[in-house]
Write a protein that binds this ligand. Structure first.
Ligand SMILES: [Zn+2]
Length: 295
């Protein structure tokens, strides 16, 4: 186990923000595979990492969210799973140097496990193992398994990382609010069950990222609930830049850096130990947030 968990016990840490929208701003065509840029335009990917590093982020998250072979198959790139994940970790490592931690990013594989879908847990385990091994080989300090909605998939992903070594595992789910004002994942999983299953599987840090149409007061309430069920396990929260507005076919997140900075203290007071951003967040948002954490 490296020094990440030790640092976390002494001070709150700042994760980084969105990658996809930053790559689009750097010239990526929508529809193009952003992960391909890990190998084809590594300087652009490192440019985004650099901006987050300069914003004061303690963590640099690899550009490998859709890095399972199943997700890469949409772009006909599944054969390059190991290479693109390894390159993603190397890009992040190069920017992070010795002064920030690299989080190897694993997102959902993109479909349902059996019996809803056709993927077996065994098959998915072997896919995530290849991804995790490549992320570790490329220089990750810890693995971030994020935006999960199915605790069974989370368990498989945690098991895959554990099979590759003993790096810290950060496990986060995406929640939405039900009509009954409860937080549930898209699969209907409660906060309590989601966190417990991740912790029992072996996650070292748990929490939430992204989410569907959650307001800042929602994120704060969600954070309180997670802290309550997580017990001694440190909690991470990576909210979107506010609730999305739908303009034509575009989804726009309107929260300003100041808006997001304003929720940092309440989240820390609620017991959150790692704060970052998800959809719609930029280096400017993270810079404003990290100033509050540092103060
Ligand atoms: Zn998101």
């Amino acid at each position: 186990m490296n020094d990440l968990l030790l640092a976390l016990s002494t001070r709150p840490l700042v994760c980084d923000g969105a990658m996809g929208t930053q790559l689009l701003a750097s010239g990526l065509d929508s529809g193009e595979c952003g992960m391909l840029w890990n190998s084809e335009h590594p300087e652009k990917v490192r440019g985004v990492h650099q901006a987050y590093r300069q914003a004061g982020c303690d963590f640099i998250t690899t550009n490998t969210f859709g890095g399972s072979s199943f997700a890469l198959a949409r772009h006909d790139l599944s054969e390059r799973m190991a290479e693109l994940n390894r390159a993603g970790a190397q890009n992040a490592r190069q920017v992070a140097g010795d002064s920030a931690w690299v989080l190897g990013d694993i997102g959902p594989f993109g479909d349902f496990l059996e019996p809803l879908g056709e993927m077996t847990a065994e098959e998915l385990l072997s896919i995530f193992r290849v991804q995790a091994a490549a992320l570790i080989e490329g220089g990750s300090d810890a693995l971030l398994i994020e935006t999960m909605v199915d605790p069974a998939e989370m368990e498989v992903a945690v098991a895959a990382v554990k099979a590759c070594g003993s790096l810290p595992i950060i496990a986060t789910y995406a929640f939405q609010k039900t009509g009954a004002n409860e937080f549930r994942t898209m699969m209907g999983t409660s906060v309590e069950e989601a966190m417990e299953r991740a912790i029992v599987a072996g996650a070292h840090v748990v929490g939430a990222n992204c989410g569907t149409a959650l307001s800042f007061p929602d994120y704060l309430e969600l954070a309180r609930q997670i802290v309550r069920v997580a017990g001694k396990t440190p909690v991470i929260l990576q909210p979107n830049a506010g609730s999305p507005q739908f303009v034509g076919e575009q989804t726009i997140y309107n929260a300003t850096p100041q808006d997001m900075a304003a929720i940092v203290m309440p989240l820390l007071d609620a017991g959150v130990r790692i704060i970052g951003g998800c959809c719609g967040t930029s280096p400017a948002h993270l810079a404003a947030m990290s100033r509050v954490v540092a103060a």
